[in-house]
Ligand binder design. Structure first.
Ligand SMILES: O=C(O)CCC(=O)C(=O)O
Ligand SMILES: [Fe+2]
Length: 380
């Protein structure tokens, strides 16, 4: 599918007040009376029926959020609080494992095809210790565990790929990279179980949000369906250790995660409810770096997901929708470490895209492998 969009609606600013209620028995719950990001309710977009009536005011509010902010809070996403909290809790348990155990699942960054470990990774699946991830040439102060979509044993892309034809090109065929398996820690079977449930729920939420985004671009409700029905999603489980106030500035480390925009399509952040002043979203002010804190919020007893537009949507909408830069500032002691489990809702590997004006059309898989190789190259 070649995605091309040029049919836009007119801007309209809408203001509405929302009621925020704490219904969770969570002592650390953070509540906001005035969310800093637009709040969008996606419950009406659960249906795929094009003949339904979809609320115009919500669609316009979403268009406005994507155009001017690039970030929004989503409620009505269909994922239970229990599952969101369990995902964070099992991720915390994963990072609580002994470092020796975590290092058994260390991600192996490949440089060329011959380095790929087919049984247990390919790509850069698995554990990264603190400082291994580098953004803007500085070590990020977090540890991570990367999970990617696993292709079934009879998936067409797996069958197409023939290991015997391995090349030594700098950039391997994207199918070589995609056929790996996640490094599920055997010490914590609950991790695989919970993340698998989280993934299923997130894919449904992603499809729901994309129906609303399609309408917000004056496109048919199911326009993007075939772009995502075999999504090559990514989950990055992250723990940010707390830092003493006087050690926040360090020659060795940058931020919890340095400023960046997300290279993909659409990101959903599930973060600890007590994480305060950590995820910082850069505002529209081009003259100076100004940020707002996208703290977690709970609205009418539902945990909202923090969503942001990635570079690909920005490109295909000719920058009408913004891929906004953001960073994560480490929690300050005595706060506990912060856990987040961003879900990157990405296209099918064999979806054709044009991701900038000068380059030819390419498969999403090719774009992804370029991104991963560039990021890995820069961090070495
Ligand atoms: O931890 C977070 O809240 C967001 C992390 C992030 O921006 C990313 O992994 O792209
Ligand atoms: Fe990000």
């Amino acid at each position: 599918m070649h995605i091309k969009i040029n049919n836009y609606r007119k801007k309209k600013t809408l203001h509405r007040r929302y009621r925020h209620v704490s219904g969770l028995a969570q002592s650390e719950l953070v509540l906001h009376n005035n969310p800093v990001l637009p709040l969008i309710d996606f419950s009406a977009f659960v249906s795929k029926d094009e003949t339904n009536h979809y609320p115009r005011n919500i669609i316009e509010k979403l268009a406005n959020a994507c155009e001017h902010v690039g970030f929004f809070y989503a409620i009505g996403h269909g994922i239970s609080n229990e599952l969101l909290l369990r995902t964070l809790s099992v991720t915390r348990q994963l990072f609580d494992l002994d470092l020796k155990i975590k290092n058994q699942y260390a991600s192996r960054l490949f440089v060329n095809s011959s380095n790929i470990n087919y049984q247990s990774g390919g790509l850069s699946r698995g554990y990264q210790s603190i400082g291994e991830n580098v953004t803007n040439s500085r070590r990020d102060r977090h540890e991570g565990f990367d999970l990617y979509r696993e292709l079934d044993s009879n998936h067409p892309l797996r069958l197409q790929f023939n290991e015997k034809n391995l090349t030594n090109k700098t950039l391997p065929d994207y199918r070589e990279m995609a056929i790996g398996w996640n490094l599920w820690p055997k010490e914590l079977p609950l991790f695989k179980e919970t993340i698998t449930e989280y993934t299923t729920a997130m894919l449904q939420a992603g499809a729901r949000v994309m129906r609303a985004i399609a309408l917000s671009l004056n496109l048919p409700l199911n326009y993007f369906e075939s772009t995502f029905n075999d999504s090559f999603w990514v989950i990055r489980c992250i723990r940010y250790p707390p830092v003493s106030q006087n050690k926040i500035q360090s020659p060795e480390y940058g931020e919890g995660c340095g400023e960046h925009s997300d290279y993909g399509w659409l990101t959903f952040v599930n973060q600890d409810l007590d994480s305060h002043n950590c995820l910082h979203v850069r505002t529209n002010d081009r003259s100076k770096a100004t940020y707002i804190s996208a703290d977690p919020i709970v609205v009418e007893e539902q945990i909202a997901l923090t969503c942001n537009i990635g570079d690909i949507i920005a490109f295909i909408t000719k920058n009408k929708y913004r891929s906004t830069r953001h960073c994560v500032v480490s929690p300050v002691k005595p706060a506990r470490s912060r856990i987040s489990t961003p879900f990157f809702f990405e296209p099918n590997l064999d979806v054709k895209l044009r991701i900038n004006e000068t380059s030819p059309e390419c498969y999403y898989g090719e774009y992804l492998i370029n991104k991963i190789c560039i990021l890995n190259y820069l961090s070495n």
